[in-house]
Write a protein that binds this ligand. Sequence first.
Ligand code: R5P
Length: 148
Amino acid sequence: MRLVIGSDHAGWSLKGTVIAHLRELGHEVTDVGSYDDKPVDFPDVARKVAAKITAGEAERGIMVCGTGVGASIAANKLKGIRAAVCHDVHSAHQAVEHDDVNVMCIGAQIVGPWLAKDLITSFMEAEFSTDEDFRRRVRKLHEMDAES
Ligand SMILES: O=C[C@H](O)[C@H](O)[C@H](O)COP(=O)(O)O
């Protein structure tokens, strides 16, 4: 799968681990920064991640900031993005299976590299369910997106 990944300065160091793991799993990764620990604002990074997805250049995205919270707030304000903070493996796959989440956000201050890798594996293996209940709910999310 084609992935886009972005972080702010607080997520930058964990991002390297995440990218290496994604490549080990055979995914194609585009890194939109940051590229060092100089302070950057996560909303600016979220725009870059979302742009790759809405342009059709990536199917999913991953963002890493300090807690994952700021990244998810910012990403969810951008059309076509359904983002969620996932710090447990159940949420990491159910977010895709039930809610068609396309950007997973993780906090480098919250999870270590081993859990981060498990979260990535769980997120990447998941597929959106064909169950009509979940499809209907996500259609309603698309409608809300169109209204805003
Ligand atoms: O939700 C926001 C993120 O956790 C940011 O990564 C965090 O606020 C950055 O904080 P600081 O600029 O103090 O490193």
